[in-house]
Write a new protein. Sequence first.
Length: 90
Amino acid sequence: MPKPIEVNPNNFKVKTVLFDNTEFSIVLGTWEGNENVLAMRWNGDNEDDKGYPKTFGNPMWFIIHGDLKQPIIQALMQNDKNIIDKLLSE
């Protein structure tokens, strides 16, 4: 089960982990030069599981459409008051 910060394929770089409960993660990152996109993934059930999505056995991120960025961040803020600090630290 990879940690979110370890999932960095060539076209996506994690900037900030906004949510991680070890099973599921949401991050802010850079996708092919586009700054501050949200992405998510299911991390897997155990150390041998690469989670989903994955390509050719390598863990990947699912990019969330820009129209959903604000509602997802607002929902995350209800559970974690430090989201604003995480967003501003970048």
